[in-house]
Ligand binder design. Structure first.
Ligand SMILES: [Ca+2]
Ligand SMILES: [Ca+2]
Ligand SMILES: [Ca+2]
Ligand SMILES: [Ca+2]
Length: 645
Protein backbone atom coordinates (compact mmCIF):
# COMPACT_ATOMS: atom_id res chain seq x y z
CA UNK A 1 0.00 0.00 0.00
CA UNK A 2 1.17 3.47 -0.78
CA UNK A 3 2.01 5.56 2.22
CA UNK A 4 1.27 9.19 1.82
CA UNK A 5 2.46 11.48 4.49
CA UNK A 6 0.25 14.39 5.32
CA UNK A 7 0.77 17.50 3.32
CA UNK A 8 1.83 20.29 5.60
CA UNK A 9 -1.60 21.78 4.93
CA UNK A 10 -2.16 21.65 8.62
CA UNK A 11 1.45 22.12 9.49
CA UNK A 12 2.46 22.19 13.09
CA UNK A 13 5.72 21.77 14.91
CA UNK A 14 6.14 18.45 16.67
CA UNK A 15 5.11 18.51 20.27
CA UNK A 16 7.93 19.42 22.57
CA UNK A 17 6.96 18.22 26.01
CA UNK A 18 9.32 20.47 27.83
CA UNK A 19 10.86 19.55 31.12
CA UNK A 20 8.48 20.66 33.79
CA UNK A 21 10.15 22.71 36.41
CA UNK A 22 7.91 23.55 39.30
CA UNK A 23 7.06 27.22 39.26
CA UNK A 24 4.81 28.15 42.14
CA UNK A 25 1.65 29.93 41.02
CA UNK A 26 2.82 29.97 37.41
CA UNK A 27 -0.08 31.53 35.50
CA UNK A 28 1.15 30.61 32.01
CA UNK A 29 1.10 27.18 30.43
CA UNK A 30 4.30 25.72 28.93
CA UNK A 31 3.59 27.01 25.42
CA UNK A 32 2.91 30.55 26.58
CA UNK A 33 6.01 30.52 28.78
CA UNK A 34 8.01 29.60 25.71
CA UNK A 35 6.39 32.35 23.60
CA UNK A 36 7.00 34.91 26.36
CA UNK A 37 10.64 33.87 26.65
CA UNK A 38 11.03 34.37 22.89
CA UNK A 39 9.45 37.84 23.07
CA UNK A 40 11.78 38.76 25.94
CA UNK A 41 14.81 37.45 24.06
CA UNK A 42 13.83 39.46 20.99
CA UNK A 43 13.37 42.60 23.06
CA UNK A 44 9.77 43.03 21.97
CA UNK A 45 8.20 45.86 24.02
CA UNK A 46 4.68 44.42 23.86
CA UNK A 47 3.02 41.11 23.09
CA UNK A 48 -0.51 40.49 21.86
CA UNK A 49 -2.64 38.40 24.20
CA UNK A 50 -6.00 36.69 23.69
CA UNK A 51 -8.07 36.75 26.89
CA UNK A 52 -11.20 34.81 27.79
CA UNK A 53 -12.78 36.68 30.69
CA UNK A 54 -15.26 35.50 33.27
CA UNK A 55 -18.86 36.36 32.39
CA UNK A 56 -19.68 40.04 32.94
CA UNK A 57 -16.06 40.82 33.77
CA UNK A 58 -14.96 41.87 30.27
CA UNK A 59 -15.16 45.61 30.95
CA UNK A 60 -13.33 45.30 34.26
CA UNK A 61 -10.58 43.18 32.67
CA UNK A 62 -10.18 45.65 29.80
CA UNK A 63 -9.87 48.53 32.26
CA UNK A 64 -7.36 46.67 34.39
CA UNK A 65 -5.29 45.84 31.32
CA UNK A 66 -5.35 49.50 30.26
CA UNK A 67 -4.15 50.49 33.72
CA UNK A 68 -1.23 48.08 33.25
CA UNK A 69 -0.29 50.07 30.13
CA UNK A 70 -1.87 47.68 27.64
CA UNK A 71 -3.65 48.73 24.44
CA UNK A 72 -7.02 47.02 24.10
CA UNK A 73 -7.49 46.33 20.37
CA UNK A 74 -10.74 44.36 20.49
CA UNK A 75 -13.33 43.69 23.15
CA UNK A 76 -16.57 41.71 22.80
CA UNK A 77 -18.51 41.74 26.07
CA UNK A 78 -21.16 39.23 25.00
CA UNK A 79 -18.49 36.60 24.40
CA UNK A 80 -16.14 37.58 27.23
CA UNK A 81 -13.27 38.42 24.91
CA UNK A 82 -10.42 40.91 25.07
CA UNK A 83 -7.49 41.16 22.66
CA UNK A 84 -4.76 43.47 23.91
CA UNK A 85 -1.13 44.41 23.47
CA UNK A 86 0.48 44.11 26.88
CA UNK A 87 3.95 45.34 27.90
CA UNK A 88 6.08 42.22 27.75
CA UNK A 89 7.26 42.56 31.35
CA UNK A 90 3.66 42.58 32.62
CA UNK A 91 2.20 39.54 30.85
CA UNK A 92 2.28 37.32 33.95
CA UNK A 93 0.61 40.07 35.94
CA UNK A 94 -2.06 40.41 33.23
CA UNK A 95 -2.73 36.68 33.38
CA UNK A 96 -3.50 36.88 37.11
CA UNK A 97 -5.88 39.86 36.95
CA UNK A 98 -9.26 39.17 38.55
CA UNK A 99 -11.80 38.13 35.93
CA UNK A 100 -9.26 36.55 33.56
CA UNK A 101 -10.43 32.98 32.86
CA UNK A 102 -7.58 32.18 30.47
CA UNK A 103 -4.88 34.17 28.70
CA UNK A 104 -2.87 33.01 25.71
CA UNK A 105 -0.07 34.74 23.85
CA UNK A 106 -0.58 35.31 20.16
CA UNK A 107 1.42 33.12 17.82
CA UNK A 108 1.54 32.35 14.14
CA UNK A 109 0.45 29.06 12.67
CA UNK A 110 2.28 28.34 9.42
CA UNK A 111 0.31 29.35 6.38
CA UNK A 112 -1.53 26.26 5.12
CA UNK A 113 0.72 24.90 2.42
CA UNK A 114 -1.17 23.86 -0.70
CA UNK A 115 1.34 21.47 -2.24
CA UNK A 116 0.63 17.82 -1.55
CA UNK A 117 3.55 15.58 -0.94
CA UNK A 118 4.37 13.37 -3.85
CA UNK A 119 6.46 10.28 -4.03
CA UNK A 120 9.01 9.71 -6.70
CA UNK A 121 8.82 6.19 -8.02
CA UNK A 122 7.77 3.97 -10.87
CA UNK A 123 4.74 4.88 -12.93
CA UNK A 124 1.51 3.78 -11.31
CA UNK A 125 -0.03 0.54 -12.41
CA UNK A 126 -3.38 2.26 -12.78
CA UNK A 127 -3.83 5.27 -15.01
CA UNK A 128 -7.09 7.00 -14.10
CA UNK A 129 -8.36 9.59 -16.56
CA UNK A 130 -8.85 12.47 -14.16
CA UNK A 131 -12.02 14.49 -13.68
CA UNK A 132 -13.81 16.36 -16.48
CA UNK A 133 -17.15 17.53 -17.86
CA UNK A 134 -18.60 13.99 -17.87
CA UNK A 135 -17.62 13.19 -14.28
CA UNK A 136 -20.69 12.11 -12.28
CA UNK A 137 -21.87 13.45 -8.91
CA UNK A 138 -20.52 10.38 -7.09
CA UNK A 139 -16.86 10.31 -8.03
CA UNK A 140 -13.59 9.39 -6.33
CA UNK A 141 -11.80 12.69 -7.10
CA UNK A 142 -13.98 14.80 -4.80
CA UNK A 143 -15.62 11.95 -2.89
CA UNK A 144 -18.60 13.67 -1.26
CA UNK A 145 -20.63 10.50 -1.79
CA UNK A 146 -18.54 8.73 0.85
CA UNK A 147 -20.33 10.66 3.60
CA UNK A 148 -23.71 9.96 1.99
CA UNK A 149 -23.98 13.60 0.87
CA UNK A 150 -24.70 12.73 -2.76
CA UNK A 151 -27.41 10.14 -2.03
CA UNK A 152 -28.96 12.48 0.55
CA UNK A 153 -29.25 15.33 -1.97
CA UNK A 154 -30.50 12.92 -4.62
CA UNK A 155 -33.26 11.78 -2.28
CA UNK A 156 -34.04 15.34 -1.10
CA UNK A 157 -33.01 17.74 -3.89
CA UNK A 158 -34.02 20.88 -2.00
CA UNK A 159 -32.09 19.91 1.14
CA UNK A 160 -28.79 20.62 -0.56
CA UNK A 161 -27.56 23.32 1.79
CA UNK A 162 -29.99 26.00 0.70
CA UNK A 163 -30.94 28.31 3.53
CA UNK A 164 -27.56 27.69 5.22
CA UNK A 165 -24.49 29.94 5.30
CA UNK A 166 -21.08 28.40 5.97
CA UNK A 167 -18.24 30.47 7.39
CA UNK A 168 -14.81 29.51 6.03
CA UNK A 169 -12.05 30.69 8.37
CA UNK A 170 -8.93 30.35 6.23
CA UNK A 171 -6.73 32.16 3.69
CA UNK A 172 -9.71 33.72 1.90
CA UNK A 173 -11.80 32.40 -1.01
CA UNK A 174 -11.15 33.21 -4.68
CA UNK A 175 -13.94 35.49 -5.92
CA UNK A 176 -13.70 34.57 -9.61
CA UNK A 177 -13.91 30.77 -9.64
CA UNK A 178 -16.87 29.57 -11.75
CA UNK A 179 -17.68 26.80 -9.24
CA UNK A 180 -17.94 29.41 -6.45
CA UNK A 181 -20.22 31.91 -8.19
CA UNK A 182 -23.73 30.64 -7.60
CA UNK A 183 -25.66 28.24 -5.42
CA UNK A 184 -27.79 25.44 -6.85
CA UNK A 185 -30.68 27.92 -7.02
CA UNK A 186 -28.63 30.54 -8.90
CA UNK A 187 -28.12 32.85 -5.94
CA UNK A 188 -24.79 34.47 -5.06
CA UNK A 189 -22.47 31.89 -3.48
CA UNK A 190 -19.99 34.14 -1.62
CA UNK A 191 -22.15 36.58 0.33
CA UNK A 192 -19.48 38.15 2.55
CA UNK A 193 -15.68 38.44 2.56
CA UNK A 194 -13.59 39.98 5.34
CA UNK A 195 -10.06 40.05 6.73
CA UNK A 196 -9.51 39.42 10.43
CA UNK A 197 -5.77 40.10 10.61
CA UNK A 198 -4.09 42.79 12.70
CA UNK A 199 -3.68 46.02 10.69
CA UNK A 200 -0.32 46.64 12.34
CA UNK A 201 1.02 43.23 11.28
CA UNK A 202 -0.56 42.49 7.88
CA UNK A 203 0.58 45.01 5.24
CA UNK A 204 -2.51 44.41 3.11
CA UNK A 205 -3.99 46.92 5.62
CA UNK A 206 -2.97 50.44 4.59
CA UNK A 207 -2.91 53.24 7.19
CA UNK A 208 -4.80 56.27 5.92
CA UNK A 209 -2.71 59.03 7.44
CA UNK A 210 -1.55 61.31 4.62
CA UNK A 211 -4.11 63.93 3.63
CA UNK A 212 -4.26 65.16 0.02
CA UNK A 213 -6.58 67.49 -1.89
CA UNK A 214 -7.86 66.99 -5.43
CA UNK A 215 -7.97 67.64 -8.33
CA UNK A 216 -4.15 67.34 -8.49
CA UNK A 217 -1.48 66.81 -5.86
CA UNK A 218 1.98 65.44 -5.38
CA UNK A 219 2.45 62.23 -3.39
CA UNK A 220 5.39 59.85 -3.16
CA UNK A 221 7.31 62.03 -5.59
CA UNK A 222 4.67 61.87 -8.33
CA UNK A 223 1.71 63.87 -9.55
CA UNK A 224 -1.72 62.35 -8.98
CA UNK A 225 -5.25 63.23 -10.07
CA UNK A 226 -8.36 62.75 -7.93
CA UNK A 227 -11.87 64.19 -7.76
CA UNK A 228 -12.04 67.59 -6.04
CA UNK A 229 -12.10 67.34 -2.28
CA UNK A 230 -9.96 66.16 0.64
CA UNK A 231 -8.81 62.53 0.81
CA UNK A 232 -6.41 60.20 2.57
CA UNK A 233 -3.91 58.24 0.49
CA UNK A 234 -1.50 55.32 0.72
CA UNK A 235 0.13 52.81 -1.63
CA UNK A 236 -0.54 49.08 -1.93
CA UNK A 237 2.65 47.34 -2.95
CA UNK A 238 2.29 43.94 -4.62
CA UNK A 239 5.62 42.82 -3.14
CA UNK A 240 3.95 42.33 0.26
CA UNK A 241 2.44 39.10 -1.09
CA UNK A 242 5.84 37.52 -1.76
CA UNK A 243 5.49 35.01 1.11
CA UNK A 244 2.88 32.84 -0.65
CA UNK A 245 0.68 32.90 -3.73
CA UNK A 246 0.42 35.23 -5.66
CA UNK A 247 4.12 35.38 -4.84
CA UNK A 248 4.53 39.14 -5.04
CA UNK A 249 2.89 39.61 -8.44
CA UNK A 250 -0.74 40.59 -7.97
CA UNK A 251 -1.25 41.85 -11.52
CA UNK A 252 0.37 38.74 -13.02
CA UNK A 253 2.66 40.61 -15.40
CA UNK A 254 5.82 38.81 -14.34
CA UNK A 255 7.39 41.41 -12.04
CA UNK A 256 7.02 42.07 -8.34
CA UNK A 257 7.41 45.82 -8.09
CA UNK A 258 4.03 47.21 -9.06
CA UNK A 259 2.52 49.87 -6.82
CA UNK A 260 -1.15 50.84 -6.65
CA UNK A 261 -2.45 54.07 -5.13
CA UNK A 262 -5.32 53.72 -2.61
CA UNK A 263 -7.56 56.76 -2.05
CA UNK A 264 -9.92 56.93 0.94
CA UNK A 265 -12.67 59.27 2.05
CA UNK A 266 -12.85 59.15 5.86
CA UNK A 267 -16.30 60.77 5.87
CA UNK A 268 -18.01 58.17 3.67
CA UNK A 269 -15.58 55.23 3.79
CA UNK A 270 -15.43 55.20 -0.02
CA UNK A 271 -12.26 53.63 -1.49
CA UNK A 272 -10.69 53.99 -4.92
CA UNK A 273 -7.79 51.78 -6.03
CA UNK A 274 -5.65 52.89 -8.99
CA UNK A 275 -5.63 49.44 -10.58
CA UNK A 276 -4.61 50.77 -14.01
CA UNK A 277 -1.65 52.58 -12.44
CA UNK A 278 -2.16 55.88 -14.27
CA UNK A 279 -2.05 57.85 -10.97
CA UNK A 280 -5.54 59.08 -11.76
CA UNK A 281 -8.33 58.08 -9.39
CA UNK A 282 -11.12 59.64 -11.47
CA UNK A 283 -11.22 56.57 -13.75
CA UNK A 284 -11.28 54.05 -10.87
CA UNK A 285 -14.43 52.48 -9.44
CA UNK A 286 -15.73 53.80 -6.12
CA UNK A 287 -15.60 50.68 -3.95
CA UNK A 288 -17.45 49.71 -0.80
CA UNK A 289 -16.92 46.71 1.51
CA UNK A 290 -17.91 43.52 -0.33
CA UNK A 291 -21.02 42.76 1.68
CA UNK A 292 -22.62 46.11 0.77
CA UNK A 293 -22.58 45.88 -3.03
CA UNK A 294 -20.54 42.72 -3.80
CA UNK A 295 -17.94 44.77 -5.65
CA UNK A 296 -14.85 42.90 -6.83
CA UNK A 297 -11.87 44.76 -8.30
CA UNK A 298 -9.04 43.21 -10.31
CA UNK A 299 -5.31 43.68 -10.55
CA UNK A 300 -4.01 42.87 -14.03
CA UNK A 301 -5.72 42.04 -17.32
CA UNK A 302 -6.51 38.52 -18.48
CA UNK A 303 -5.01 37.28 -21.73
CA UNK A 304 -7.83 35.20 -23.23
CA UNK A 305 -5.24 33.26 -25.24
CA UNK A 306 -3.91 31.45 -22.16
CA UNK A 307 -5.83 29.07 -19.90
CA UNK A 308 -4.56 30.70 -16.71
CA UNK A 309 -6.15 33.96 -15.50
CA UNK A 310 -3.61 36.84 -15.55
CA UNK A 311 -5.67 38.71 -13.01
CA UNK A 312 -6.18 38.67 -9.23
CA UNK A 313 -9.55 39.69 -7.75
CA UNK A 314 -9.79 41.82 -4.61
CA UNK A 315 -12.30 43.45 -2.29
CA UNK A 316 -11.90 46.45 0.01
CA UNK A 317 -12.67 46.88 3.68
CA UNK A 318 -12.24 49.65 6.25
CA UNK A 319 -11.11 49.33 9.88
CA UNK A 320 -11.70 52.58 11.74
CA UNK A 321 -9.80 54.15 14.65
CA UNK A 322 -6.82 51.84 15.04
CA UNK A 323 -4.23 52.85 17.66
CA UNK A 324 -1.15 52.97 15.46
CA UNK A 325 1.29 53.20 18.36
CA UNK A 326 0.63 50.48 20.94
CA UNK A 327 4.05 50.98 22.55
CA UNK A 328 3.46 54.52 23.86
CA UNK A 329 1.22 53.10 26.60
CA UNK A 330 -1.52 55.62 25.95
CA UNK A 331 -4.65 55.68 23.82
CA UNK A 332 -4.07 56.72 20.21
CA UNK A 333 -3.04 58.17 17.89
CA UNK A 334 -5.96 56.66 15.95
CA UNK A 335 -6.17 56.28 12.18
CA UNK A 336 -8.42 54.41 9.77
CA UNK A 337 -7.01 51.52 7.72
CA UNK A 338 -8.13 50.25 4.31
CA UNK A 339 -7.67 46.57 3.48
CA UNK A 340 -6.95 45.23 0.03
CA UNK A 341 -8.60 41.82 0.42
CA UNK A 342 -6.91 39.17 -1.72
CA UNK A 343 -6.39 35.53 -0.87
CA UNK A 344 -3.20 34.52 0.94
CA UNK A 345 -2.69 31.22 -0.88
CA UNK A 346 -4.91 28.56 -2.44
CA UNK A 347 -5.94 26.74 0.74
CA UNK A 348 -9.18 28.59 1.58
CA UNK A 349 -10.48 28.27 -1.98
CA UNK A 350 -9.83 24.53 -1.95
CA UNK A 351 -11.65 24.13 1.37
CA UNK A 352 -14.60 26.23 0.14
CA UNK A 353 -15.00 24.08 -2.98
CA UNK A 354 -15.13 20.88 -0.90
CA UNK A 355 -17.76 22.30 1.46
CA UNK A 356 -20.02 24.05 -1.03
CA UNK A 357 -18.66 24.20 -4.60
CA UNK A 358 -21.26 24.08 -7.36
CA UNK A 359 -20.44 22.75 -10.83
CA UNK A 360 -16.77 21.73 -10.68
CA UNK A 361 -14.65 20.44 -13.58
CA UNK A 362 -17.13 21.94 -16.06
CA UNK A 363 -19.60 19.23 -15.00
CA UNK A 364 -23.05 20.39 -13.94
CA UNK A 365 -23.22 17.33 -11.68
CA UNK A 366 -20.01 17.63 -9.66
CA UNK A 367 -20.41 19.61 -6.45
CA UNK A 368 -18.95 20.11 -3.04
CA UNK A 369 -20.91 18.57 -0.17
CA UNK A 370 -23.57 21.31 0.02
CA UNK A 371 -24.01 23.04 -3.37
CA UNK A 372 -27.03 25.00 -2.15
CA UNK A 373 -25.17 26.64 0.76
CA UNK A 374 -23.78 30.18 0.76
CA UNK A 375 -20.30 31.10 1.93
CA UNK A 376 -18.71 33.79 4.07
CA UNK A 377 -14.95 34.09 3.59
CA UNK A 378 -12.88 35.09 6.64
CA UNK A 379 -9.14 35.57 6.13
CA UNK A 380 -6.93 35.09 9.19
CA UNK A 381 -3.68 34.47 7.31
CA UNK A 382 -1.26 36.87 5.66
CA UNK A 383 1.95 36.56 3.72
CA UNK A 384 4.11 37.66 6.63
CA UNK A 385 4.28 34.65 8.91
CA UNK A 386 1.10 32.62 8.60
CA UNK A 387 -2.25 32.64 10.35
CA UNK A 388 -2.32 34.38 13.68
CA UNK A 389 -3.97 32.94 16.74
CA UNK A 390 -5.43 36.36 17.53
CA UNK A 391 -6.86 36.76 14.01
CA UNK A 392 -8.39 33.29 14.17
CA UNK A 393 -10.10 34.27 17.43
CA UNK A 394 -11.22 37.71 16.22
CA UNK A 395 -12.39 36.19 12.96
CA UNK A 396 -14.44 33.40 14.56
CA UNK A 397 -16.20 35.91 16.81
CA UNK A 398 -16.87 38.18 13.81
CA UNK A 399 -18.23 35.27 11.73
CA UNK A 400 -20.64 34.15 14.43
CA UNK A 401 -21.67 37.39 16.15
CA UNK A 402 -21.75 39.85 13.25
CA UNK A 403 -21.82 37.86 9.99
CA UNK A 404 -24.47 35.44 11.23
CA UNK A 405 -23.18 32.21 9.72
CA UNK A 406 -24.91 28.91 10.58
CA UNK A 407 -21.84 26.67 10.75
CA UNK A 408 -18.07 27.25 10.53
CA UNK A 409 -15.16 25.36 8.99
CA UNK A 410 -11.60 25.95 10.09
CA UNK A 411 -8.80 23.90 8.56
CA UNK A 412 -5.99 25.58 10.49
CA UNK A 413 -4.47 24.72 13.81
CA UNK A 414 -1.38 24.12 15.83
CA UNK A 415 -0.07 21.50 18.16
CA UNK A 416 0.81 22.87 21.58
CA UNK A 417 2.40 20.59 24.14
CA UNK A 418 -0.72 20.94 26.30
CA UNK A 419 -3.57 20.03 23.93
CA UNK A 420 -6.21 19.74 26.64
CA UNK A 421 -8.90 22.04 25.26
CA UNK A 422 -8.52 24.70 27.94
CA UNK A 423 -6.78 27.45 26.01
CA UNK A 424 -8.41 30.89 25.92
CA UNK A 425 -9.29 30.20 22.29
CA UNK A 426 -10.96 26.90 23.19
CA UNK A 427 -13.00 28.57 25.93
CA UNK A 428 -14.12 31.31 23.54
CA UNK A 429 -14.99 28.84 20.76
CA UNK A 430 -17.04 26.81 23.22
CA UNK A 431 -19.01 29.93 24.18
CA UNK A 432 -19.62 30.81 20.53
CA UNK A 433 -20.91 27.31 19.81
CA UNK A 434 -23.22 27.13 22.81
CA UNK A 435 -24.39 30.74 23.14
CA UNK A 436 -24.95 31.35 19.43
CA UNK A 437 -25.87 27.84 18.28
CA UNK A 438 -23.16 27.69 15.60
CA UNK A 439 -21.19 24.42 15.35
CA UNK A 440 -17.47 24.56 14.47
CA UNK A 441 -15.73 21.83 12.48
CA UNK A 442 -11.95 21.97 12.80
CA UNK A 443 -9.26 19.81 11.22
CA UNK A 444 -7.64 17.43 13.71
CA UNK A 445 -4.16 18.09 12.30
CA UNK A 446 -1.62 16.24 10.16
CA UNK A 447 0.76 15.24 12.94
CA UNK A 448 -0.14 11.54 13.10
CA UNK A 449 0.20 8.68 13.55
CA UNK A 450 1.66 9.22 17.02
CA UNK A 451 -0.59 9.28 20.09
CA UNK A 452 -1.82 12.62 21.48
CA UNK A 453 -1.00 14.56 18.30
CA UNK A 454 -4.46 16.12 17.86
CA UNK A 455 -4.25 19.86 17.30
CA UNK A 456 -5.59 22.89 19.14
CA UNK A 457 -8.26 24.32 18.85
CA UNK A 458 -9.91 21.15 17.49
CA UNK A 459 -9.41 19.77 21.01
CA UNK A 460 -12.01 22.14 22.48
CA UNK A 461 -14.70 19.85 23.90
CA UNK A 462 -17.66 21.07 21.82
CA UNK A 463 -15.70 21.58 18.59
CA UNK A 464 -16.03 18.70 16.12
CA UNK A 465 -12.44 17.58 15.48
CA UNK A 466 -12.23 15.95 12.05
CA UNK A 467 -9.80 13.16 11.10
CA UNK A 468 -8.94 12.23 7.50
CA UNK A 469 -9.87 8.96 5.77
CA UNK A 470 -9.32 7.66 2.26
CA UNK A 471 -11.20 5.07 0.27
CA UNK A 472 -9.89 2.42 -2.10
CA UNK A 473 -11.49 4.34 -4.99
CA UNK A 474 -9.72 7.58 -4.13
CA UNK A 475 -6.39 5.74 -3.73
CA UNK A 476 -6.88 4.71 -7.34
CA UNK A 477 -8.20 8.00 -8.70
CA UNK A 478 -5.94 10.49 -6.94
CA UNK A 479 -2.80 8.38 -6.35
CA UNK A 480 -2.90 5.59 -8.91
CA UNK A 481 -2.54 3.08 -6.10
CA UNK A 482 -4.29 -0.20 -5.44
CA UNK A 483 -5.14 -1.02 -1.82
CA UNK A 484 -7.27 -3.66 -0.17
CA UNK A 485 -9.17 -1.79 2.54
CA UNK A 486 -12.37 -0.11 1.42
CA UNK A 487 -11.75 2.80 3.83
CA UNK A 488 -8.82 3.60 6.05
CA UNK A 489 -7.56 6.49 8.17
CA UNK A 490 -4.64 8.38 6.62
CA UNK A 491 -1.42 7.76 8.54
CA UNK A 492 -0.79 11.53 8.77
CA UNK A 493 -4.16 12.19 10.41
CA UNK A 494 -3.58 13.37 13.99
CA UNK A 495 -4.44 10.95 16.76
CA UNK A 496 -5.99 11.45 20.17
CA UNK A 497 -6.51 11.39 22.97
CA UNK A 498 -6.24 14.91 24.38
CA UNK A 499 -3.66 15.54 27.05
CA UNK A 500 -6.38 14.95 29.66
CA UNK A 501 -7.52 11.71 28.04
CA UNK A 502 -10.61 13.26 26.38
CA UNK A 503 -11.79 11.64 23.12
CA UNK A 504 -10.42 13.44 20.06
CA UNK A 505 -10.69 13.46 17.09
CA UNK A 506 -14.48 13.11 17.07
CA UNK A 507 -15.26 12.04 13.55
CA UNK A 508 -13.70 11.18 10.20
CA UNK A 509 -14.28 12.39 6.62
CA UNK A 510 -12.49 11.91 3.31
CA UNK A 511 -9.14 13.75 3.44
CA UNK A 512 -8.04 13.78 -0.20
CA UNK A 513 -9.81 15.84 -2.85
CA UNK A 514 -9.48 17.58 -6.15
CA UNK A 515 -11.12 20.94 -5.55
CA UNK A 516 -11.08 24.59 -6.55
CA UNK A 517 -8.03 26.88 -6.46
CA UNK A 518 -7.60 30.49 -7.62
CA UNK A 519 -7.84 30.81 -11.39
CA UNK A 520 -4.57 32.76 -11.57
CA UNK A 521 -2.58 29.76 -10.34
CA UNK A 522 -1.26 27.51 -13.08
CA UNK A 523 -2.68 24.05 -13.60
CA UNK A 524 -1.11 21.31 -11.54
CA UNK A 525 -0.16 17.70 -11.94
CA UNK A 526 -1.50 14.76 -9.97
CA UNK A 527 1.79 12.95 -10.51
CA UNK A 528 1.10 9.70 -8.70
CA UNK A 529 -2.06 9.19 -10.72
CA UNK A 530 -0.41 10.39 -13.93
CA UNK A 531 -2.74 13.16 -15.11
CA UNK A 532 -2.78 16.96 -15.13
CA UNK A 533 -5.38 19.42 -13.91
CA UNK A 534 -6.21 22.76 -15.58
CA UNK A 535 -5.85 26.11 -13.79
CA UNK A 536 -8.44 26.37 -11.04
CA UNK A 537 -8.05 22.80 -9.72
CA UNK A 538 -5.61 20.93 -7.53
CA UNK A 539 -5.40 17.63 -5.66
CA UNK A 540 -4.60 18.15 -1.98
CA UNK A 541 -4.69 15.88 1.04
CA UNK A 542 -4.86 16.54 4.75
CA UNK A 543 -7.35 16.90 7.56
CA UNK A 544 -7.78 20.38 6.01
CA UNK A 545 -9.71 18.59 3.25
CA UNK A 546 -11.63 16.33 5.65
CA UNK A 547 -13.06 19.11 7.82
CA UNK A 548 -14.99 20.83 4.97
CA UNK A 549 -16.52 17.47 3.98
CA UNK A 550 -17.91 17.26 7.52
CA UNK A 551 -18.92 20.93 7.53
CA UNK A 552 -20.74 20.52 4.22
CA UNK A 553 -22.46 17.40 5.56
CA UNK A 554 -23.64 19.44 8.55
CA UNK A 555 -24.92 22.13 6.17
CA UNK A 556 -27.10 19.49 4.49
CA UNK A 557 -28.54 18.46 7.84
CA UNK A 558 -29.20 22.08 8.85
CA UNK A 559 -30.77 22.69 5.44
CA UNK A 560 -33.10 19.73 5.94
CA UNK A 561 -33.93 20.92 9.46
CA UNK A 562 -34.82 24.40 8.20
CA UNK A 563 -36.94 23.00 5.40
CA UNK A 564 -38.93 20.92 7.87
CA UNK A 565 -39.24 23.54 10.60
CA UNK A 566 -36.87 21.88 13.04
CA UNK A 567 -34.43 23.66 15.29
CA UNK A 568 -31.18 21.76 15.74
CA UNK A 569 -28.83 22.71 18.56
CA UNK A 570 -25.10 22.14 18.16
CA UNK A 571 -25.31 19.41 20.81
CA UNK A 572 -28.05 17.61 18.89
CA UNK A 573 -26.15 18.00 15.62
CA UNK A 574 -23.00 16.53 17.15
CA UNK A 575 -24.89 13.69 18.77
CA UNK A 576 -26.61 12.81 15.50
CA UNK A 577 -23.31 12.86 13.58
CA UNK A 578 -21.48 10.85 16.22
CA UNK A 579 -24.20 8.24 16.81
CA UNK A 580 -24.75 7.56 13.12
CA UNK A 581 -21.10 7.49 12.00
CA UNK A 582 -19.86 4.43 10.13
CA UNK A 583 -17.08 2.58 11.92
CA UNK A 584 -13.96 2.08 9.82
CA UNK A 585 -12.76 -1.46 10.41
CA UNK A 586 -9.22 -1.79 11.61
CA UNK A 587 -8.80 1.79 12.81
CA UNK A 588 -8.71 2.46 16.57
CA UNK A 589 -11.06 5.01 18.16
CA UNK A 590 -8.25 7.45 18.88
CA UNK A 591 -7.68 7.72 15.11
CA UNK A 592 -11.27 7.90 13.79
CA UNK A 593 -13.38 9.02 16.75
CA UNK A 594 -16.90 7.74 16.15
CA UNK A 595 -16.16 6.90 12.51
CA UNK A 596 -16.97 8.17 9.02
CA UNK A 597 -19.65 10.86 8.62
CA UNK A 598 -23.01 9.39 7.51
CA UNK A 599 -25.47 12.12 6.41
CA UNK A 600 -28.59 9.97 5.85
CA UNK A 601 -28.02 8.18 9.16
CA UNK A 602 -27.58 11.46 11.02
CA UNK A 603 -30.78 12.82 9.49
CA UNK A 604 -32.69 9.73 10.63
CA UNK A 605 -31.68 10.60 14.19
CA UNK A 606 -32.38 14.33 13.87
CA UNK A 607 -35.73 13.67 12.25
CA UNK A 608 -36.92 11.71 15.25
CA UNK A 609 -35.35 14.18 17.69
CA UNK A 610 -32.53 12.54 19.61
CA UNK A 611 -32.04 13.55 23.21
CA UNK A 612 -28.49 14.71 23.71
CA UNK A 613 -27.12 13.16 26.85
CA UNK A 614 -24.05 14.25 28.65
CA UNK A 615 -21.91 12.24 30.96
CA UNK A 616 -19.24 13.39 33.33
CA UNK A 617 -16.19 11.20 33.56
CA UNK A 618 -13.33 11.85 35.91
CA UNK A 619 -10.21 9.70 35.75
CA UNK A 620 -6.55 9.90 36.67
CA UNK A 621 -4.15 11.22 34.04
CA UNK A 622 -0.42 10.79 34.16
CA UNK A 623 1.67 12.48 31.49
CA UNK A 624 4.88 14.53 31.76
CA UNK A 625 2.79 17.74 31.79
CA UNK A 626 -0.46 16.58 33.39
CA UNK A 627 0.06 18.89 36.35
CA UNK A 628 -0.92 21.74 34.00
CA UNK A 629 -4.39 20.34 33.33
CA UNK A 630 -7.40 22.33 34.54
CA UNK A 631 -7.55 19.87 37.43
CA UNK A 632 -3.96 18.62 37.79
CA UNK A 633 -3.56 14.94 36.89
CA UNK A 634 -7.32 14.45 36.31
CA UNK A 635 -9.37 14.32 33.13
CA UNK A 636 -12.36 12.83 31.34
CA UNK A 637 -10.42 9.81 30.10
CA UNK A 638 -7.67 7.55 31.37
CA UNK A 639 -4.40 8.58 29.75
CA UNK A 640 -1.13 7.23 30.98
CA UNK A 641 2.17 8.28 29.46
CA UNK A 642 3.96 8.54 32.75
CA UNK A 643 7.65 7.73 32.64
CA UNK A 644 8.52 4.69 34.72
CA UNK A 645 9.45 5.39 38.29
CA1 LIG B 1 3.55 42.71 -11.19
CA1 LIG C 1 -6.63 55.00 -12.39
CA1 LIG D 1 -5.52 33.91 -19.60
CA1 LIG E 1 -1.10 54.21 21.68
Amino acid sequence: MTLVSGSPAHAAPPPTPEKVTDVPNEPLDPRDRQLLAEAEANGEPTVTVVVATDRDETGAVAQALTRLGATVDNRVDDVGYVRARVPTALVRKAATLPGVAALDLDEKFPLPEPTPETRPGPLPRIRPAGPGPTTPAANPYLPTHETGAVSFVKAHPTWDGRGVTIGIMDTGIDLDHPALQTTSTGERKIVDWFTATDPLEDPSWRAMITEVTGPTFTYAGQTWTAPAGTWRINIFSESITAGDAPAGDVNRDGDRDDLFGVLYDPATGDVRVDTNQNRDFTDDEVMRPYREKFQVGHFGTDDPGTPVREQVPFVVEVRRDVDIDPTDQQPGPYYDFVNIGIVAGAHGTHVAGIAAGHGLFGSSKVNGAAPGAKLVSARACSWAGGCSYAALTDGMIELVVNRKVDVVNMSIGGLPALNDGNSAQAILYTRLINDYGVQFFISAGNSGPGLNTVGDPSVATDVVSVAASISRDTWRANYGSEVRARHSVFPFSSRGPREDGGLKPNITAPGAAISTTPLWLPGSAVPEAGYDLPPGYQMLNGTSMAAPQATGAAALLLSAAKATGRTVSPAALRRALYSSATWIDGAPAHSQGYGLVNVPGAWQLLRTGPQPRSYTVDAPVCTPISEHLATPHRGPGVFNRAPPG
